[in-house]
Design a protein around this ligand. Sequence first.
Ligand code: NAD
Length: 339
Amino acid sequence: MFATMRSDKMQALHFFADEATGLEAIIAIHNTRLGPALGGCRYQPYAGLDEAVADAMRLAKGMSYKAALAGLEQGGGKAVILRKPHLENRAALFEAFGRCIASLRGGYITAVDSGTSSEDMDCIAQETGFVTSTTKAGDPSPHTALGVLAGIRAAARARLKQDDLQGVRIMLQGLGNVGYSLAELLVSEGADLMVADIDPGKVRLAVDELGVHPIALGAIYEAPCDIFAPCGLGGILNAATIAQLRCAAVAGAANNQLASDDAADLLDSRGILYTPDYVINAGGLLYVALTHRGVAPGEIAGRISQIGQRLDSIFDQSLAEGRSPGEIADRQAEAILYG
Ligand code: NAD
Protein backbone atom coordinates (compact mmCIF):
# COMPACT_ATOMS: atom_id res chain seq x y z
CA MET A 1 0.00 0.00 0.00
CA PHE A 2 2.72 2.48 0.96
CA ALA A 3 4.65 1.61 -2.22
CA THR A 4 1.56 2.40 -4.34
CA MET A 5 1.03 5.64 -2.44
CA ARG A 6 4.64 6.64 -3.09
CA SER A 7 4.55 5.79 -6.78
CA ASP A 8 1.31 7.79 -7.24
CA LYS A 9 2.65 10.62 -5.04
CA MET A 10 -0.44 10.15 -2.83
CA GLN A 11 -0.34 12.44 0.18
CA ALA A 12 -2.72 10.67 2.58
CA LEU A 13 -5.37 8.00 2.93
CA HIS A 14 -8.03 8.25 5.66
CA PHE A 15 -10.21 5.32 6.74
CA PHE A 16 -13.48 5.80 8.62
CA ALA A 17 -15.95 3.40 10.27
CA ASP A 18 -19.12 4.22 12.19
CA GLU A 19 -20.77 1.53 14.29
CA ALA A 20 -24.23 3.13 14.50
CA THR A 21 -24.80 3.57 10.75
CA GLY A 22 -22.52 0.84 9.35
CA LEU A 23 -20.51 3.50 7.47
CA GLU A 24 -17.21 2.36 5.96
CA ALA A 25 -15.49 5.09 3.97
CA ILE A 26 -12.14 6.11 2.55
CA ILE A 27 -10.93 9.60 1.73
CA ALA A 28 -7.85 9.81 -0.49
CA ILE A 29 -5.94 13.10 -0.54
CA HIS A 30 -3.59 13.20 -3.50
CA ASN A 31 -1.99 16.63 -3.52
CA THR A 32 -2.72 19.86 -1.64
CA ARG A 33 0.05 22.06 -3.02
CA LEU A 34 -2.49 24.40 -4.65
CA GLY A 35 -5.12 24.31 -1.88
CA PRO A 36 -7.46 21.97 0.02
CA ALA A 37 -8.39 18.76 -1.79
CA LEU A 38 -11.74 18.75 -3.58
CA GLY A 39 -13.40 15.79 -5.25
CA GLY A 40 -16.61 13.81 -5.39
CA CYS A 41 -17.92 11.12 -3.08
CA ARG A 42 -18.78 7.76 -4.67
CA TYR A 43 -21.30 5.43 -3.04
CA GLN A 44 -21.17 2.03 -4.68
CA PRO A 45 -20.50 -1.66 -3.97
CA TYR A 46 -16.87 -2.84 -4.12
CA ALA A 47 -15.55 -6.41 -4.30
CA GLY A 48 -13.32 -5.61 -1.33
CA LEU A 49 -11.31 -2.97 0.49
CA ASP A 50 -8.38 -3.15 -1.96
CA GLU A 51 -10.65 -2.31 -4.90
CA ALA A 52 -12.22 0.61 -2.98
CA VAL A 53 -8.80 2.01 -1.98
CA ALA A 54 -7.49 1.70 -5.55
CA ASP A 55 -10.57 3.50 -6.90
CA ALA A 56 -10.24 6.34 -4.35
CA MET A 57 -6.52 6.80 -5.10
CA ARG A 58 -6.93 6.70 -8.90
CA LEU A 59 -9.75 9.23 -8.82
CA ALA A 60 -8.03 11.54 -6.30
CA LYS A 61 -4.96 11.74 -8.53
CA GLY A 62 -7.17 12.58 -11.52
CA MET A 63 -8.74 15.42 -9.53
CA SER A 64 -5.30 16.95 -8.79
CA TYR A 65 -4.51 17.04 -12.50
CA LYS A 66 -7.95 18.41 -13.39
CA ALA A 67 -7.84 21.20 -10.76
CA ALA A 68 -4.26 22.14 -11.73
CA LEU A 69 -5.11 22.62 -15.42
CA ALA A 70 -8.38 24.38 -14.58
CA GLY A 71 -6.28 27.02 -12.81
CA LEU A 72 -7.92 26.33 -9.45
CA GLU A 73 -6.29 26.89 -6.07
CA GLN A 74 -7.53 23.47 -5.13
CA GLY A 75 -5.98 20.08 -4.54
CA GLY A 76 -7.16 16.64 -5.60
CA GLY A 77 -9.10 14.25 -3.39
CA LYS A 78 -11.85 11.66 -3.62
CA ALA A 79 -14.06 9.76 -1.21
CA VAL A 80 -15.65 6.37 -1.54
CA ILE A 81 -18.32 4.96 0.73
CA LEU A 82 -18.62 1.18 0.49
CA ARG A 83 -22.21 0.32 -0.39
CA LYS A 84 -23.67 -2.67 1.50
CA PRO A 85 -26.64 -4.82 0.40
CA HIS A 86 -28.78 -3.41 3.24
CA LEU A 87 -29.00 0.15 4.46
CA GLU A 88 -31.31 1.24 7.26
CA ASN A 89 -31.05 5.01 7.13
CA ARG A 90 -29.41 6.77 4.17
CA ALA A 91 -29.64 10.24 5.73
CA ALA A 92 -27.90 9.02 8.91
CA LEU A 93 -25.14 7.39 6.81
CA PHE A 94 -24.35 10.64 5.00
CA GLU A 95 -24.59 12.68 8.20
CA ALA A 96 -22.03 10.29 9.74
CA PHE A 97 -19.85 10.79 6.67
CA GLY A 98 -20.22 14.55 7.18
CA ARG A 99 -18.67 14.14 10.64
CA CYS A 100 -15.74 12.27 9.05
CA ILE A 101 -15.17 15.20 6.68
CA ALA A 102 -15.46 17.66 9.58
CA SER A 103 -12.68 15.78 11.40
CA LEU A 104 -10.28 16.70 8.55
CA ARG A 105 -10.87 20.41 9.33
CA GLY A 106 -11.05 21.63 5.75
CA GLY A 107 -8.39 19.39 4.23
CA TYR A 108 -11.02 17.76 2.02
CA ILE A 109 -14.16 19.21 0.40
CA THR A 110 -16.69 16.76 -1.02
CA ALA A 111 -19.13 16.82 -3.95
CA VAL A 112 -21.67 14.67 -5.80
CA ASP A 113 -20.32 11.68 -7.76
CA SER A 114 -21.53 8.25 -8.94
CA GLY A 115 -24.18 6.93 -6.57
CA THR A 116 -24.63 10.13 -4.59
CA SER A 117 -27.08 13.01 -5.00
CA SER A 118 -27.45 16.64 -4.02
CA GLU A 119 -29.84 15.46 -1.28
CA ASP A 120 -27.00 13.32 0.15
CA MET A 121 -24.79 16.42 0.09
CA ASP A 122 -27.50 18.27 2.06
CA CYS A 123 -27.23 15.56 4.76
CA ILE A 124 -23.43 16.01 4.85
CA ALA A 125 -23.98 19.78 5.12
CA GLN A 126 -25.83 19.20 8.43
CA GLU A 127 -22.43 18.31 9.92
CA THR A 128 -19.83 20.30 7.95
CA GLY A 129 -19.45 23.25 5.61
CA PHE A 130 -16.82 21.45 3.55
CA VAL A 131 -19.35 20.21 0.99
CA THR A 132 -20.42 21.46 -2.45
CA SER A 133 -23.14 20.54 -4.98
CA THR A 134 -25.92 20.66 -2.39
CA THR A 135 -29.49 21.24 -3.64
CA LYS A 136 -28.97 24.96 -2.91
CA ALA A 137 -25.73 25.13 -4.97
CA GLY A 138 -27.41 23.52 -8.02
CA ASP A 139 -26.47 21.04 -10.74
CA PRO A 140 -22.94 21.47 -12.18
CA SER A 141 -23.82 19.71 -15.47
CA PRO A 142 -24.81 22.81 -17.51
CA HIS A 143 -21.47 24.35 -16.48
CA THR A 144 -19.63 21.24 -17.60
CA ALA A 145 -21.45 21.62 -20.93
CA LEU A 146 -20.28 25.26 -21.21
CA GLY A 147 -16.68 24.14 -20.76
CA VAL A 148 -17.11 21.38 -23.35
CA LEU A 149 -18.47 23.97 -25.78
CA ALA A 150 -15.31 26.06 -25.26
CA GLY A 151 -13.26 22.89 -25.87
CA ILE A 152 -15.14 22.00 -29.05
CA ARG A 153 -14.49 25.52 -30.33
CA ALA A 154 -10.77 25.02 -29.58
CA ALA A 155 -10.79 21.70 -31.48
CA ALA A 156 -12.50 23.43 -34.44
CA ARG A 157 -9.84 26.18 -34.38
CA ALA A 158 -7.05 23.60 -34.35
CA ARG A 159 -8.38 21.20 -36.95
CA LEU A 160 -10.93 23.02 -39.09
CA LYS A 161 -9.23 26.44 -38.94
CA GLN A 162 -12.65 27.81 -38.05
CA ASP A 163 -13.41 30.15 -35.14
CA ASP A 164 -17.15 29.50 -34.87
CA LEU A 165 -19.23 26.33 -35.07
CA GLN A 166 -21.51 27.42 -37.91
CA GLY A 167 -22.14 24.35 -40.07
CA VAL A 168 -19.64 22.18 -38.16
CA ARG A 169 -20.87 18.56 -38.17
CA ILE A 170 -20.86 17.15 -34.64
CA MET A 171 -21.78 13.62 -33.55
CA LEU A 172 -22.93 13.75 -29.91
CA GLN A 173 -23.02 10.46 -27.99
CA GLY A 174 -25.19 10.61 -24.85
CA LEU A 175 -27.99 13.08 -24.14
CA GLY A 176 -27.83 13.04 -20.34
CA ASN A 177 -27.38 15.93 -17.93
CA VAL A 178 -24.30 17.27 -19.75
CA GLY A 179 -25.09 16.01 -23.27
CA TYR A 180 -28.54 17.59 -23.52
CA SER A 181 -27.29 20.99 -22.29
CA LEU A 182 -24.43 20.75 -24.76
CA ALA A 183 -26.84 19.89 -27.59
CA GLU A 184 -28.83 23.07 -26.85
CA LEU A 185 -25.65 25.17 -26.90
CA LEU A 186 -24.35 23.60 -30.12
CA VAL A 187 -27.63 24.10 -31.95
CA SER A 188 -27.71 27.75 -30.86
CA GLU A 189 -24.16 28.11 -32.30
CA GLY A 190 -25.34 26.86 -35.69
CA ALA A 191 -23.66 23.43 -35.56
CA ASP A 192 -25.03 20.60 -37.71
CA LEU A 193 -25.80 18.17 -34.87
CA MET A 194 -26.28 14.39 -34.92
CA VAL A 195 -27.23 12.63 -31.69
CA ALA A 196 -27.52 9.12 -30.25
CA ASP A 197 -28.50 7.74 -26.86
CA ILE A 198 -29.40 4.30 -25.56
CA ASP A 199 -32.59 5.95 -24.27
CA PRO A 200 -34.83 6.50 -27.34
CA GLY A 201 -37.00 8.95 -25.36
CA LYS A 202 -34.07 11.37 -24.98
CA VAL A 203 -33.31 11.18 -28.71
CA ARG A 204 -36.97 11.84 -29.56
CA LEU A 205 -37.03 14.87 -27.25
CA ALA A 206 -33.86 16.31 -28.82
CA VAL A 207 -35.21 15.75 -32.35
CA ASP A 208 -38.55 17.41 -31.48
CA GLU A 209 -37.17 20.30 -29.42
CA LEU A 210 -33.87 21.04 -31.15
CA GLY A 211 -34.31 19.71 -34.70
CA VAL A 212 -31.16 17.53 -34.52
CA HIS A 213 -30.55 14.38 -36.64
CA PRO A 214 -30.96 11.00 -34.86
CA ILE A 215 -28.27 8.37 -35.50
CA ALA A 216 -28.72 4.63 -34.81
CA LEU A 217 -26.66 3.29 -31.89
CA GLY A 218 -24.74 0.93 -34.17
CA ALA A 219 -23.66 3.81 -36.45
CA ILE A 220 -22.36 6.25 -33.79
CA TYR A 221 -18.65 5.78 -34.48
CA GLU A 222 -18.77 5.51 -38.25
CA ALA A 223 -21.04 8.54 -38.79
CA PRO A 224 -19.03 11.01 -40.91
CA CYS A 225 -18.56 14.23 -38.92
CA ASP A 226 -16.02 16.94 -38.07
CA ILE A 227 -16.08 16.39 -34.30
CA PHE A 228 -17.10 13.34 -32.30
CA ALA A 229 -18.32 14.34 -28.81
CA PRO A 230 -18.53 11.44 -26.33
CA CYS A 231 -20.86 12.45 -23.47
CA GLY A 232 -22.04 9.04 -22.26
CA LEU A 233 -19.87 6.51 -20.48
CA GLY A 234 -16.07 6.36 -20.29
CA GLY A 235 -13.80 3.76 -21.89
CA ILE A 236 -15.41 4.02 -25.34
CA LEU A 237 -12.26 4.71 -27.39
CA ASN A 238 -10.59 1.38 -28.12
CA ALA A 239 -8.96 -0.20 -31.18
CA ALA A 240 -12.32 -1.27 -32.65
CA THR A 241 -14.15 2.04 -32.19
CA ILE A 242 -11.16 4.21 -33.20
CA ALA A 243 -10.88 2.25 -36.46
CA GLN A 244 -14.50 3.22 -37.29
CA LEU A 245 -14.20 6.95 -36.54
CA ARG A 246 -14.61 9.30 -39.51
CA CYS A 247 -13.93 12.61 -37.80
CA ALA A 248 -11.15 15.19 -37.47
CA ALA A 249 -11.31 15.50 -33.67
CA VAL A 250 -12.72 13.94 -30.52
CA ALA A 251 -13.95 16.45 -27.92
CA GLY A 252 -16.54 15.51 -25.30
CA ALA A 253 -17.46 15.43 -21.62
CA ALA A 254 -17.14 11.74 -20.74
CA ASN A 255 -14.54 10.84 -18.11
CA ASN A 256 -11.73 8.40 -18.96
CA GLN A 257 -12.65 8.15 -22.65
CA LEU A 258 -9.49 6.23 -23.61
CA ALA A 259 -9.99 2.52 -22.90
CA SER A 260 -6.23 1.92 -22.73
CA ASP A 261 -2.92 3.80 -22.83
CA ASP A 262 -2.33 2.98 -26.51
CA ALA A 263 -5.71 4.50 -27.55
CA ALA A 264 -4.10 7.99 -27.65
CA ASP A 265 -1.46 6.70 -30.09
CA LEU A 266 -4.11 4.97 -32.22
CA LEU A 267 -6.02 8.26 -32.53
CA ASP A 268 -2.78 10.05 -33.36
CA SER A 269 -1.88 7.51 -36.03
CA ARG A 270 -5.27 8.08 -37.68
CA GLY A 271 -4.68 11.84 -37.61
CA ILE A 272 -7.57 12.43 -35.19
CA LEU A 273 -7.06 15.20 -32.64
CA TYR A 274 -7.86 14.05 -29.08
CA THR A 275 -9.03 16.64 -26.56
CA PRO A 276 -7.88 15.45 -23.10
CA ASP A 277 -11.06 14.63 -21.17
CA TYR A 278 -10.03 16.00 -17.80
CA VAL A 279 -9.22 19.37 -19.36
CA ILE A 280 -12.36 19.79 -21.45
CA ASN A 281 -14.79 18.54 -18.76
CA ALA A 282 -13.50 20.74 -15.90
CA GLY A 283 -16.42 23.22 -16.09
CA GLY A 284 -18.41 21.39 -13.41
CA LEU A 285 -15.41 21.32 -11.06
CA LEU A 286 -14.82 25.05 -11.65
CA TYR A 287 -18.46 25.70 -10.88
CA VAL A 288 -18.58 23.72 -7.61
CA ALA A 289 -15.18 24.94 -6.38
CA LEU A 290 -15.78 28.61 -7.14
CA THR A 291 -19.40 28.59 -5.94
CA HIS A 292 -18.13 27.16 -2.64
CA ARG A 293 -15.72 30.11 -2.43
CA GLY A 294 -18.54 32.60 -3.07
CA VAL A 295 -17.25 33.73 -6.50
CA ALA A 296 -19.86 35.63 -8.59
CA PRO A 297 -21.62 33.66 -11.41
CA GLY A 298 -20.31 35.99 -14.16
CA GLU A 299 -16.72 35.45 -13.07
CA ILE A 300 -17.27 31.68 -12.90
CA ALA A 301 -18.55 31.67 -16.51
CA GLY A 302 -15.42 33.58 -17.57
CA ARG A 303 -13.17 31.05 -15.84
CA ILE A 304 -15.01 28.17 -17.53
CA SER A 305 -14.56 29.74 -20.97
CA GLN A 306 -10.76 29.80 -20.35
CA ILE A 307 -10.82 26.02 -20.87
CA GLY A 308 -10.69 26.93 -24.57
CA GLN A 309 -7.42 28.87 -24.21
CA ARG A 310 -5.85 26.11 -22.13
CA LEU A 311 -6.67 23.67 -24.92
CA ASP A 312 -5.29 26.04 -27.59
CA SER A 313 -1.95 25.97 -25.76
CA ILE A 314 -2.04 22.16 -25.38
CA PHE A 315 -2.82 21.67 -29.09
CA ASP A 316 -0.09 24.15 -30.15
CA GLN A 317 2.52 22.44 -27.99
CA SER A 318 1.38 19.01 -29.17
CA LEU A 319 1.86 20.09 -32.79
CA ALA A 320 5.23 21.70 -32.10
CA GLU A 321 6.62 18.65 -30.27
CA GLY A 322 4.88 15.87 -32.19
CA ARG A 323 3.48 14.46 -28.95
CA SER A 324 -0.14 13.62 -28.13
CA PRO A 325 -2.31 16.30 -26.47
CA GLY A 326 -2.87 13.91 -23.55
CA GLU A 327 0.87 13.66 -22.90
CA ILE A 328 1.24 17.44 -23.10
CA ALA A 329 -1.68 17.96 -20.69
CA ASP A 330 -0.19 15.51 -18.16
CA ARG A 331 3.16 17.25 -18.39
CA GLN A 332 1.63 20.70 -17.91
CA ALA A 333 -0.33 19.46 -14.88
CA GLU A 334 2.77 17.80 -13.37
CA ALA A 335 4.79 21.00 -13.82
CA ILE A 336 2.14 22.84 -11.79
CA LEU A 337 1.85 20.11 -9.13
CA TYR A 338 5.50 19.16 -8.68
CA GLY A 339 7.57 21.74 -10.55
P1 NAD B 1 -25.83 11.09 -17.43
O1 NAD B 1 -25.92 9.77 -16.78
O2 NAD B 1 -26.83 12.14 -17.07
O3 NAD B 1 -25.90 10.94 -19.03
C1 NAD B 1 -25.25 9.94 -19.74
C2 NAD B 1 -26.11 9.68 -20.98
O4 NAD B 1 -25.41 8.82 -21.86
C3 NAD B 1 -27.44 9.00 -20.66
O5 NAD B 1 -28.49 9.67 -21.33
C4 NAD B 1 -27.25 7.57 -21.19
O6 NAD B 1 -28.46 6.98 -21.61
C5 NAD B 1 -26.30 7.82 -22.34
N1 NAD B 1 -25.48 6.67 -22.74
C6 NAD B 1 -24.82 5.80 -21.94
N2 NAD B 1 -24.15 4.90 -22.69
C7 NAD B 1 -24.39 5.22 -23.98
C8 NAD B 1 -24.00 4.67 -25.21
N3 NAD B 1 -23.20 3.57 -25.27
N4 NAD B 1 -24.42 5.24 -26.35
C9 NAD B 1 -25.22 6.34 -26.32
N5 NAD B 1 -25.64 6.89 -25.17
C10 NAD B 1 -25.23 6.36 -24.01
O7 NAD B 1 -24.34 11.59 -17.17
P2 NAD B 1 -23.81 13.08 -17.27
O8 NAD B 1 -23.83 13.71 -15.92
O9 NAD B 1 -24.44 13.76 -18.40
O10 NAD B 1 -22.28 12.81 -17.60
C11 NAD B 1 -21.87 12.36 -18.89
C12 NAD B 1 -20.39 12.04 -18.87
O11 NAD B 1 -19.65 13.21 -18.53
C13 NAD B 1 -19.99 10.99 -17.85
O12 NAD B 1 -18.91 10.23 -18.36
C14 NAD B 1 -19.51 11.81 -16.67
O13 NAD B 1 -18.57 11.10 -15.87
C15 NAD B 1 -18.84 12.97 -17.38
N6 NAD B 1 -18.79 14.20 -16.59
C16 NAD B 1 -19.93 14.75 -16.12
C17 NAD B 1 -19.86 15.93 -15.37
C18 NAD B 1 -21.12 16.58 -14.86
O14 NAD B 1 -21.05 17.76 -14.48
N7 NAD B 1 -22.26 15.90 -14.85
C19 NAD B 1 -18.63 16.53 -15.12
C20 NAD B 1 -17.45 15.94 -15.66
C21 NAD B 1 -17.56 14.77 -16.39
